[in-house]
Write a protein that binds this ligand. Structure first.
Ligand SMILES: Cc1cc2nc3c(=O)[nH]c(=O)nc-3n(C[C@H](O)[C@H](O)[C@H](O)COP(=O)(O)OP(=O)(O)OC[C@H]3O[C@@H](n4cnc5c(N)ncnc54)[C@H](O)[C@@H]3O)c2cc1C
Length: 165
């Protein structure tokens, strides 16, 4: 992946700041390739960051377009953002929005193993709520769980413009 990020001074490389974004964002836009068409699905997620290696977990219904697409092509891209703060300017091109965001690519796997599904749902609930939840076998039977093994990710922020005194 090209990481020739424009406005490189806005790149975030501090892993703790990236973790903060992943804790706050709650929703990821998952980019898929459906044949020769792009397809993007917003989803809640959970994540694990282990020694700089990022794993994302998703859950949802057991059928639908995104699952069909992932089975045919497991390559995915994701983006998640937080700290959105619109700001105004004296002319149109000085309006904007402050943000922090993370994006990256990975391979999606539909998880069948019951123990991994239970673990993934606990991780997802921890990311979403900050609370610990445990799942029983029968609870996980009704949902699909997707694991994204992220191979590369980057993070970026745009600060609020400096106040003019
Ligand atoms: C903030 C947010 C969080 C969400 N979190 C989750 C989650 O954690 N898990 C989860 O499974 N789903 C979540 N959803 C719903 C998700 O975006 C999809 O609607 C859902 O997962 C079904 O996707 P699918 O590919 O199986 O679509 P299908 O049900 O197979 O639908 C196919 C068609 O329906 C239309 N469609 C599907 N979803 C949407 C949509 N969201 N908006 C408009 N049109 C749509 C598209 O045209 C698509 O081609 C969330 C949605 C939002 C907005």
């Amino acid at each position: 992946m090209s990481n020739g990020m424009t406005r490189r001074e806005r790149e975030i490389t501090d892993i703790n700041k990236i973790i903060e974004i992943l804790d706050k964002a709650k929703i990821a836009h998952i980019g898929l390739v459906d044949g020769d068409e792009p397809y993007v699905v917003p989803m809640n997620y959970g994540y694990v960051m282990n020694d700089g290696k990022l794993t994302i977990y998703l859950h949802g219904a057991r059928r639908g377009r995104k699952l069909d697409v992932m089975r045919a092509n497991p390559k995915v891209f994701f983006e998640a953002e937080c700290d959105l703060q619109p700001f105004e300017g004296d002319i149109a091109c000085r309006y904007g929005i402050a943000y922090s965001s993370v994006m990256g690519k990975g391979i999606a796997t539909i998880v069948d193993d019951v123990e991994e599904k239970k673990k993934a749902l606990s991780i997802l609930m921890k990311t979403q709520t900050g609370k610990d939840f445990e799942f029983e076998d029968k609870m996980v039977a009704f949902v699909s769980v997707i694991r994204i093994d992220v191979s590369e990710f980057t993070a970026k922020y745009r600060p609020m413009p400096a106040m003019k005194l």
